[in-house]
Design a protein around this ligand. Structure first.
Ligand code: BTN
Length: 334
């Protein structure tokens, strides 16, 4: 597919561009063939007999050529596969772990028949509405902790969502990305031969696409931005952020991710209840560190600081300030 041609059309921001200009010396017929191919794929173009062609909108389905074109990443996105329907993108990525040549493989699907969320929940999204994406990585030992990989996914998603919406995207422990308390994305890390970071990001869901019980707790880019988004461009942005942070991890070590993860936390400075295998603790969350873990100024210990390793935290639940555990139960993924 002629993606530079697509870019020339898109850059004209809705204005008509003549075929001669679009072709840049190419024969009329060959430009027309390329335009036909773009239209057949689903890009919305408007043709006018004298004025030329205008870009009217992205293809409704994910476009592999558009995603891959001059992506320029080092690891993530070296290979990309787009499927119409799969059981779970995480399964396909895990199956590819037999070969280390698949480091950075990105699996995308328009539909999952048994998408998984955390804690055995389902992850359901109407066909073609979301980003359903899994990335296969072979991290170094120091980057292989599930907590670090989850933070990698969450930071990358939060940055992209913030950049696209202009809103403050926050990470709700441990794997949700939320805007103003509403979940827009979830991360599911599964480790086996390699590590798979699964990401479900609510892109073009309308309010009606969510089950009623999630109307108050979930949102999408479309709801926040008031228009449907180009999911292929969204994938590109996300792959680039994942790659940038993963690369920093390789060159600078796992701590490189810490400031961004900490700054995006929804809970820092807030009262929380931390459940661990040895019991529950309530206090103000005074620090978050991917290596040192959580530091809680415990309420029933006169605010004395206590540290919990990330691996020991079963749940972290926001409380009503000073009033013990509050009504902010963990959000169930759509
Ligand atoms: C959660 O919030 O519980 C995590 C949800 C993760 C969902 C994504 S969708 C793509 C990938 N494939 C899956 O089966 N799950 C993840």
């Amino acid at each position: 597919m002629n993606i530079p041609l697509l870019h020339r059309l898109r850059d004209a921001q809705g204005a008509f561009v003549s075929i001669a200009e679009l072709g840049d010396g190419e024969a009329f017929d060959s430009v027309q063939t390329d335009l036909d191919e773009l239209e057949r794929f689903g890009f919305v173009l408007e043709s006018h007999p004298y004025r030329g062609v205008a870009y009217r909108g992205p293809a409704a389905r994910l476009c592999p050529d558009q995603i891959e074109h001059e992506l320029g990443t080092r690891r993530v996105g070296r290979r990309i596969a787009v499927w119409n329907r799969v059981i779970s993108t995480n399964d396909l990525a895990a199956n590819a772990a037999a070969s280390k040549a698949n480091e950075g493989l990105v699996i995308l699907a328009e539909e999952q028949t048994a998408g998984r969320g955390r804690r055995g929940r389902q992850w359901v999204a109407p066909t073609g509405s979301s980003l359903l994406m899994s990335v296969l990585l072979f991290p170094s030992e120091s980057l292989a902790e599930a907590g670090w990989l989850t933070a990698l996914g969450a930071v990358a998603v939060a940055e992209v969502v913030a950049a696209w919406t202009g809103l403050d995207a926050r990470i709700k422990w441990p794997n949700d990305v939320r805007i103003a308390g509403r979940k827009i994305a979830g991360i599911l890390v599964e480790r086996g031969e390699g590590a798979v970071i699964g990401i479900g990001l609510n892109a073009n869901l309308s309010q009606a696409d969510f089950p009623t019980e999630l109307h108050e707790t979930a949102t999408s880019l479309r709801i926040l931005m008031g228009e449907t988004v180009d999911r292929s461009e969204l994938v590109r942005a996300l792959i680039r952020r994942l790659d940038a942070w993963y690369d920093r991890g390789w060159s600078l070590g796992p701590d490189a991710l810490n400031p961004a993860w900490r700054d995006r936390s929804e809970h820092l400075g807030q009262m929380v209840e931390v459940a661990t295998p040895s019991g529950s603790h309530v206090g103000r969350l005074v620090d978050l560190d991917l290596r040192r873990g959580l530091t809680l100024a415990e309420s029933d210990q006169d605010g004395r600081a206590r540290q919990f390793s990330i691996r020991d935290v079963l749940t972290l639940t926001p409380c009503n300030d000073g009033a013990g555990p509050g009504p902010n139960a963990p959000i169930v993924a759509p």
